[in-house]
Ligand binder design. Sequence first.
Ligand SMILES: CC(=O)CC(=O)SCCNC(=O)CCNC(=O)[C@H](O)C(C)(C)COP(=O)(O)OP(=O)(O)OC[C@H]1O[C@@H](n2cnc3c(N)ncnc32)[C@H](O)[C@@H]1OP(=O)(O)O
Ligand SMILES: NC(=O)C1=CN([C@@H]2O[C@H](COP(=O)(O)OP(=O)(O)OC[C@H]3O[C@@H](n4cnc5c(N)ncnc54)[C@H](OP(=O)(O)O)[C@@H]3O)[C@@H](O)[C@H]2O)C=CC1
Length: 291
Amino acid sequence: MDIKTVGIVGAGQMGNGIAHVMSLAGYNVLLNDVSEETLKSAIDTIDRNLERQVSREKITADEKAAAMARIKTTGALPELGQSDLVIEAATERETVKQAIFEDLLPHLKSNTILTSNTSSISITRLASRTDRPEKFMGFHFMNPVPVMQLVELIRGIATDGETFDACKAVVDKLGKTAATAEDFPAFIVNRILMPMINEAVYTLYEGVGSVSSIDSSLKLGANHPMGPLELADFIGLDTCLAIMNVLHDGLADTKYRPCPLLTKYVEAGWLGRKTQRGFYDYRGDTPVPTR
Ligand SMILES: CC(=O)CC(=O)SCCNC(=O)CCNC(=O)[C@H](O)C(C)(C)COP(=O)(O)OP(=O)(O)OC[C@H]1O[C@@H](n2cnc3c(N)ncnc32)[C@H](O)[C@@H]1OP(=O)(O)O
Ligand SMILES: NC(=O)C1=CN([C@@H]2O[C@H](COP(=O)(O)OP(=O)(O)OC[C@H]3O[C@@H](n4cnc5c(N)ncnc54)[C@H](OP(=O)(O)O)[C@@H]3O)[C@@H](O)[C@H]2O)C=CC1
């Protein structure tokens, strides 16, 4: 299938990153969000990140201008119906994702491929509630999208070969690398990464280390580019907790129980960088540990 137009639902940190790389690769992009303000700030972020690539001579100013011109924003979900490929990148909550697909279905072309950027939720279950489980799959980018090389591709039980090949061709055109994962809770990356982050929060909860000592231990002792708590703030603590809950419920093993301290931060609305407070406080010039 020849994909020309990509509809993206959700213009948060992942949605704007996906719009950035898609438009730079030559796709027309229709970006949707429930909030007009989020759509505006997504365009500002994409502009800033493309400008950074221009200043580092990764792309030319003309390529940036062409990419910006290929992105349109809309608050009206039905407008995404004419897309060849839809990537849902809204909040990590199954009811939110289900409602989006339900609202979108009556407006879709019959051959549109539906995908979700979910970090953990069952692709088979999301697909089963649509009219096209064979044309549905997981298209999982990593954060920050313009920088990270990997895209996980997840087939639901019914996904057909043509749909998989079309999505794999998109990953190739983006210059990224696909890894195929089976459809089990949190797939590959988050099955491994998120229990490590959760364990870092337990290490903090039990007083084994402070935020700074835990993060420097993993940065300096294991060569991780970010400490696990800094990374949790970067991903979003709400997203981390949602993924742990999917692992805990889906695999029914207490080894995946979310740390109560992670729950407490989320209940406080301290979701990390996106709310300016999480394991670090980002309101000043430099991040200050909150424990
Ligand atoms: C939760 C899920 O479902 C799955 C996930 O995504 S899990 C999260 C996966 N992501 C990670 O693990 C990220 C770990 N962190 C890192 O790799 C690095 O800290 C980082 C790449 C984010 C930043 O790297 P750094 O060396 O500290 O910063 P910096 O030198 O400023 O940036 C490196 C490059 O990335 C670019 N960059 C950094 N952040 C960026 C962003 N948000 N958007 C676009 N470009 C960005 C910079 O411009 C720079 O580009 P050049 O190489 O062309 O100069
Ligand atoms: N953060 C990460 O590192 C990664 C996240 N993901 C996945 O990507 C998805 C998005 O995550 P992320 O970008 O971090 O989250 P954000 O919270 O940054 O963005 C989610 C966006 O979706 C919007 N939204 C909520 N409901 C709807 C709706 N019905 N229609 C349209 N937009 C909606 C939200 O609006 P509002 O704020 O107004 O509610 C918000 O702007 C999740 O499934 C997450 O698991 C995947 C890889 C990495």
